[in-house]
Design a protein around this ligand. Structure first.
Ligand code: DC
Length: 221
């Protein structure tokens, strides 16, 4: 196996910002696994599937073929051949991904795809179950976290910067709901792998967090 880094943690801890920057710095491929679950969720939303109906979602899974390509180091997600990157980062799709991701039929193909991407290239992969399930032998595992207040504030700033109107309290409540769902599901719940290093970014800015994770990767390489 090559050099693989697993980063897990709750929504809004800064996983993707940090992993993207570290990947550039260390010439690794950044594999965003949340985007894959989001693509399946997008399919279910477009098809009008009742997300609360697990059997219905599971039955529709074979219709949603997710493939990945890397173009200039950027991950491009294809849903049945269509580049869907532009549709994945909304709150609606993120919520839907959190609701359908506990379904085993949803996870099975995603985990296989993620393992094969890691086998092909040196990568830094982020998600919820990377250190515990997808890459149990990763050279380095990081559990990236931050308080829910800080994570809500970051998401609020991100959304308002994009011109979307939102309320801080509502965002915090949504983040806490999402944490609960991701940590308490039966199938591959979010938890720190026993051998993961915890990085708490509550009191770090992006540059500091990137430097901390880059340092850990350099030492592990
Ligand atoms: O990281 P994200 O916000 O893009 O992920 C969206 C949802 O997808 C998240 O709430 C739970 C699910 N997910 C998962 O179950 N396993 C992963 N490895 C990545 C994401």
């Amino acid at each position: 196996m090559g050099f693989n880094v697993a980063i897990d943690g709750p929504a809004g801890a800064g996983k993707s910002t940090i992993a993207k920057a570290v990947a550039r710095e260390l010439n690794l491929i950044y594999v965003d696994t949340g985007a894959m679950y989001r693509a399946v969720a997008l399919y279910m939303l477009r098809e009008g599937v009742d997300l609360a109906d697990g059997e219905k979602v599971a039955g529709k899974c074979p219709e949603a073929a997710v493939t990945i390509r890397y173009e200039d180091g950027v991950q491009v997600v294809f849903l049945n051949g269509e580049n869907v990157n532009a549709f994945l980062r909304t709150e609606e799709v993120g919520e839907a991904a959190s609701v359908i991701s506990p379904i085993p039929q949803v996870r099975k193909n995603m985990v296989a795809l993620q393992k094969s991407l890691a086998a092909e290239s040196d990568c830094i992969m982020d998600g919820r179950d990377i250190g515990t399930c997808v890459l149990p032998d990763a050279r380095l595992k990081i559990y990236l976290t931050a308080s829910s207040d800080v994570r809500a504030r970051r998401r609020y700033d991100e959304l308002t910067a994009k011109g979307e109107s939102c309320e801080l309290d509502k965002i915090k409540a949504d983040i806490e709901d999402r944490d609960y769902r991701d940590m308490h599901r039966e199938e591959s719940p979010l938890r720190k792998a026993d051998d993961a290093i915890v990085v708490d970014t509550s009191d770090m800015n992006a540059e500091e967090a990137i430097a901390a994770v880059t340092g850990l990767c350099r030492s592990a390489r």
